[in-house]
Unconditional design. Sequence first.
Lengths: 313, 291
Amino acid sequence: MNPILEVEKVGRRFESPGLNPLIAVDGVSFKLASGETLGIVGESGCGKSTLARMVLKLLAVSAGRIRLDGADITDLPEAQMRPLRRGIQAVFQDPMSSLNPRMRVRDIVAEPMRAAGIDAATREARVREMLSIVGLPADAAERYPHAFSGGQRQRIAIARALASSPKLVVCDEATSALDVSVQAQVLNLLGELRTRYGLSMLFISHNLGAVRYIADRVAIMYLGRIVEIGPVGAIFDKPAHPYTEALIAAVPEPDPDLPIPEALLGEIPNARERPIGCHFHPRCPKAQDRCRVEDPALVAGNDGRQIRCHFPN
Amino acid sequence: MTAATQTTRYPIDGWRLVLRRLARQRNVLIGGAIVLFVVFVAVIGPSLMMHSPEETDLFNPWSPPTAQNPLGTDKLGRDILSRLVYGARVSLLVAGAVLAITLTVAAILGMIAGYMGGRIDAFLMRFVDIMLAFPEVVIAILIASMIGSGVLTVIISLALVWWPGVTRLTRSFVLVIREELYIDAAIVAGTPTWAIFLRHLLPNIAAPLLVRASVGVGFIVMAEATLSFLGLGIQEPVPSWGGMIRDGLPALRTDPYLAIFGSLALGITIIGFNLLGDGLRDALDPKLQGR
């Protein structure tokens, strides 16, 4: 059986005159099986949103291939992409910006169905159904987005994403703009819907807790590359890459007796001037001479994970 | 965070708020009253007049104001008040037509340029720059003198000089909207580009565009008067304020009423539109306040 989504050595660079090219994403490969959720984690600027935009074909790739359900969509013109679009939907970060303020909720939720050529009566029934599934009152359909709170708006966005019965949903920081208590609600809703409809999900977030809760596998990105990818349980319990380890250690524990974790030093380097050798070595507590000259490859570990490190834990 | 972004992103947040802001502006009230009056005169006025604007009385030229001719008569004995009132209709008709043509063209081209970007955008905007490099009224005069005079000529030539500025304005609105996530969401939903223009771009640029464009109505009225004054616009016997001022000018020392009342009508109307337009812009577009 084909994977729902296959990303093969995908890269994206942004050229600007007089500067080195900005390498936002570099040689990222993964497969997403049917019903599987892959979490993608990394600091701001590590290329995870760029990757999401390329998967959604909002941005052209500079290198590599993207296959959706076995079909290569990398260079597909938008006119031929449109019929496939109902199968791949998205929930974006900021529900203030992702809903058109001049459209009624009904028309917002119905938009993917309308584009797919579904008739008005079916759309109307489905809008009611979706609103009740995401926990909004039926009269929400008549209102405009400004009448709703951030969490409710994100529910509207989720209703829109699922209205056309997609197989794959890309969540780009779908919970980051929400209050913590609302984050949990939205996360639960996403998890529930994924199980109910057997969705595959690409869950992009910098929130490790959310990823651990919802994802089956997780990919850690650093400076446009995957540095570690594998099953959530294995990676969170025994991070092999020093960067993964530092990320997980940085999550504060709700116990005042535990020592405050040591923060990772420095900042993510400029993607126009990436360090020679391992990209992580300037911040790595275990960096050795080899790390400063030799760029490690992504190699398979023993428990289904892949690691990009010369000296993994 | 949300409150701040909302006021900047959505210039209009509810009619009640808009009305409250409008009521606080004395300029809007004064401008609005003048514009309402001019519109009222243009619509109702001609049917209330004792004289037809084209009715001549060769035995009563250059009459000062009398009970029979409240504002006097011109060199052919035509009633100045009737001609002013009818002239309001002509001025508003021209301004309305120019605005309608301009907004339609500008909305289409501005959305194409702003949304598509790249070469189409560069080409359209360079053309707009060229058009904007010439003084507007000078081009209008040139065009009007090439295609002959008349109401249609005035409308066409003014629309031709007005669309570049409004197009650029539209494009700037579109550039902001294009960055909104709901445009990405629409693309992901599979919505065709024309529908994105119609359902997402247009409704979000319409209100600010209309307001900003209506600031220009006063200038259109003036440009029409300028063309008519120069004899390139509205032709006799159809009355126009510009033409009346021209006809009154030679007799300014002896019989000044025609020139004075024509100028007053034109001046008050322009001031009214400008006050209203500026006030609307300030009330609906808080971002632009103080600029």
